[in-house]
Design a protein around this ligand. Sequence first.
Ligand code: DGL
Length: 260
Amino acid sequence: MFDSGLGGLTVVRHLRRLLPQESIVYLGDTARVPYGSRSPEIIRKFARQDAYFLAGRNVKYIVIACNTASAQAEPDLVRRLAIPIMGVIEPGAATAARESAGGRIGVIGTLGTIASGAYQQAITAHRPEAEVLARACPLFVPLAEEGAQATMAARLITEDYLAPFRDAAVDSLILGCTHYPILEAVIADALGPAVRLVDPGRALATALAGDLAGRDLRCAGQDEAQQQYFVTDRSARFQELAERFLGHRLCSPVEQVDLD
Ligand code: DGL
């Protein structure tokens, strides 16, 4: 699994819960995070380097935990690599399209994810009559990284970002960024209990379990699953951030690598 940084650890949580027997090799491109504000060409280049690094570790499957990389680079990676690849867009969009009561679906994500139109296209491919409203919420990433999800600042910014979704009376909202599940409570408060929040990381874990089984790739061994973590930079706040996104202490080994 790779991500632009440590946010993808929110996806690791779901994978470990649903597929505890599967070993995970995680690469966080912490030296070059964020991807969300970069050009499509650079995102595709970074994603290629991330994916080739994992392919070189002999993985059986590549998961793109990063919404921005999934939105901008997944088709390119699928063309280039022989290993099966799954990003978060399709499982997140399919879940929202299936579970939305009235087909009024909101999407929030980084600038790169929203500009790509990937969620919007994937939702209407599943449900052509769906009305999709999409908006970038770039300040959510630093709020989640600062652990500021329960502050007045988070409440005000969330109210402001989500007002158009309330006005449009969406019935579902896709949390289209690895960091947004950290803000789930403040987002739920702003939209009210009638709006279903869709976490693409959770949707991916379910879809991955099905695809691994369909390809006969499920791990059948009795050995304990391993986790290996690789990062491209290890800042002073690494441990604190990693544990916030992972939701528990990080005890597995972490190695710094240079993708060049
Ligand atoms: N991981 C990114 C995503 O899910 C968010 C952080 C970034 O901009 O790189 O889109």
